[in-house]
Design a protein around this ligand. Structure first.
Ligand code: NAP
Length: 338
């Protein structure tokens, strides 16, 4: 029997609850493809799953059954189920796994969920595109509908999604400001945005002094004060909130209520929350179109994911510890089968 490893969380807690389980390599069902996974990202959402912060109140100690996080599978087609004609053995493919499962050496996925990766693209880069860049691309072009020459503010710009917003914003010819901790300002400048320190200054006033008439769009990945983020907009401006500093309902719910209230103000501005995972569940096909655009931008070297660290699957605990220290900008990649 061939063995495959995956990370499992059987109880909530610190990085020590991340265990490696050994299982038989799964068999693809009709219409499925067995993928030998090579890369997935390690994100703050995975930490929230691990620590039980996303758990329902009556399940605060442990999930109902062991959970495997990981929002991407990027790897080689190892076996093809009956009725699969679109993929061939040995091909590099990618999938956005909205229900998790990326922290696994093998995954069987429906052929309709998968895209083929063009030659010459690294699996680690694909793992970054699959969620972070697709989300950033959608927020810019579908939610905020930015146009060349417009001004934007990215709150949480040094984060993985913030970085993707800035790189894609540069491709679209936007005038950009990004908030980040002081130590990451050179990094923000290197992405063609004006860095603003949100920790030690009145950063809202500082942004208003750069853009006294307001900006066209604000992308808020922290939602610390949605009213202040909204105040940065000019007429017809768009606020897109996509993340929170904490997922605790008592933190998130008042912010979502505030967002709803702002939507009712008849001032010509717009405010919305954008969730890629919800959008992908509704219409998974658009993701493939977005990936095709992003593959081209990557091949043109118009975008380049920033990778801070790579950890093999057996070092998953160190990967989570490193993420939680939060010192270095860029994505952490979990590698498998390398
Ligand atoms: N909507 C969706 O579909 C979707 C999908 C995935 C993730 N998300 C959410 O998106 C958010 C960002 O994810 P990520 O992976 O980019 O995270 P990340 O790489 O960990 O970056 C988070 C960034 O937030 C900044 N930050 C922390 N506290 C802040 C505050 N109070 N005000 C402003 N900025 C602050 C940090 O900046 P410094 O380090 O410079 O201080 C850090 O760069 C998370 O809430 C995540 O859950 C949303």
């Amino acid at each position: 029997m061939r063995v495959s490893r995956k990370v499992v969380i059987s109880r909530y807690g610190g990085p020590d609850v991340l265990e490696i389980a050994e299982i038989p390599v799964p068999e693809p069902k009709p219409g499925e493809v067995l993928i030998r996974n090579m890369a997935t990202t390690v994100s703050i959402g995975d930490v929230w799953i691990r620590s039980g912060q996303l758990a329902l109140p009556f399940r605060k100690k442990a999930p109902k059954s062991p959970v495997t996080p990981g929002s991407e599978v990027v790897g080689i087609v190892e076996k093809i189920g009956a009725g699969v004609s679109a993929f061939r053995l040995g091909q590099l493919v990618a999938a956005l796994t909205v229900s998790g499962g990326g922290y696994s050496e093998h995954a069987c996925l429906d052929q309709n969920e998968i895209v083929a990766v063009p030659d010459g693209i690294e699996p680690d880069d694909v793992a970054c595109l699959t969620l972070n860049y697709v989300l950033a691309y959608r927020m810019l072009h579908q939610a905020a509908k930015v146009r060349k020459g417009e001004s934007i503010v990215v709150l949480g710009a040094s984060g993985s999604i913030g970085t993707a917003l800035l790189q894609l914003g540069k491709v679209s010819g936007l005038d950009m400001v990004g908030t980040a901790s002081r130590t990451k300002h050179d990094f923000i400048s290197s992405l063609s945005a004006v860095p603003i320190d949100y920790r030690h200054k009145d950063f809202i006033q500082e942004i208003k002094s750069i853009h006294p008439d307001g900006v066209n769009a604000v992308f808020d990945g922290a939602a610390s004060d949605i009213g202040k983020s909204y105040s940065l907009l000019r007429r017809n401006g768009r606020l897109i909130v996509y993340g929170f500093v904490s997922p605790q309902p008592k933190q998130m719910l008042p912010r979502l209520m505030r967002l709803l209230a702002l939507r009712l103000v008849p001032d010509g501005k717009k405010a919305a929350f954008y969730s890629l995972l919800l959008a992908h569940r509704k219409n998974p096909q658009v993701w493939k179109e977005d990936m095709a655009v992003l593959f081209q931008l990557l091949r043109d070297k118009s975008i380049q994911p920033v990778i801070a660290h790579r950890f093999p699957i057996e070092s998953i605990r160190s990967a989570h510890e490193t993420l939680e220290r939060g010192a270095v900008p860029g994505r952490i990649i979990l590698t498998m089968n390398s």
